[in-house]
Write a protein that binds this ligand. Structure first.
Ligand SMILES: *Cc1c(COP(=O)(O)O)cnc(C)c1O
Length: 235
């Protein structure tokens, strides 16, 4: 097993699913490197991967320092504490896990200070409320999206979700289809927003996600191998 081989087979899986998706969308691969060392990210880069997703701020900043020489795009995909928003806005190009206005407002202010391009944002949506505490509910999505649209240093690109894990492909597709409709509603509601992103699908359900219109799949285990159990302080 090497990172390059794993990346190859994930890319093939993506291409195959994309070829049969009725959405005919372009699907991008986000390599989720949480808990994995900088050297493995470098190997993935050497095998052609440039976009990486991280969940824990301090760990991500340490790795970014080691990889400064590479032209990488960094996505923050973990739960956001509001006292971390400044560093997130300064060190990432995308944030997929925005689920409340307070966090969005703070990211907007911090991004204004550094005066670069707007920060790309996805709203994390919670469609199976028991499974996870993060994410805005479908009923509150539209109001949060409208409010975020008026923040000039954020670019509202779409929605992200982590549905409750299931092996059942029919259930997987039903969950992802719900997210696709939620994005379509937002696109109608906010025609001026650059809403082109459905961030959904991980190692075990990326095919179902692509068949329902995913434009970013976030893949960790299938590229970098199993992770150790989550440390309590990172929960
Ligand atoms: C860890 C993680 C992933 C990757 O999950 P795998 O099952 O390892 O592919 C994707 N998205 C988020 C938000 C994650 O935290």
């Amino acid at each position: 097993m090497t990172i390059a081989n794993n990346l190859d087979s994930v890319r093939q899986q993506i291409a195959k699913a994309a070829a049969t998706s009725s959405y005919k969308q372009q699907v991008k691969l986000l390599a989720v490197s949480k808990t994995k060392p900088a050297e493995l990210i470098r190997s993935a880069y050497e095998a052609g991967q440039t976009e990486f997703g991280e969940n824990y701020l301090q760990e991500a900043l340490d790795k970014q320092k080691h990889l400064q020489d590479l032209p990488l795009t960094w996505h923050f995909i973990g739960p956001i504490q509001s006292n971390k928003t400044k560093q997130i806005a300064q060190h990432f190009d995308w944030v997929h896990s925005v689920d409340r206005l307070k966090v969005a407002t703070r990211l907007n202010e911090a991004r204004a200070e550094i005066g670069t391009l707007p920060l790309n944002i996805c709203l994390q949506v919670n469609i199976s409320s028991e499974a996870s505490k993060s994410g805005v509910s479908l009923t509150e999505l539209s109001e949060l999206a409208s409010a975020i649209c008026s923040l000039p240093h954020l670019s509202l690109r779409g929605i992200m979700a982590i549905p409750a894990p299931t092996e059942d492909q029919v259930q997987q597709r039903a969950n992802f289809a719900q997210l696709a409709s939620a994005l379509q509603l937002l696109q109608k509601q906010l025609p001026e927003a650059p809403l082109d992103t459905l961030s959904m699908g991980m190692s075990n359900d990326l095919e179902a996600a692509i068949l329902e219109g995913a434009t970013y799949v976030r893949v960790g285990t299938a590229i970098f191998g199993q992770r150790p159990p989550v440390k309590p302080e990172n929960k």
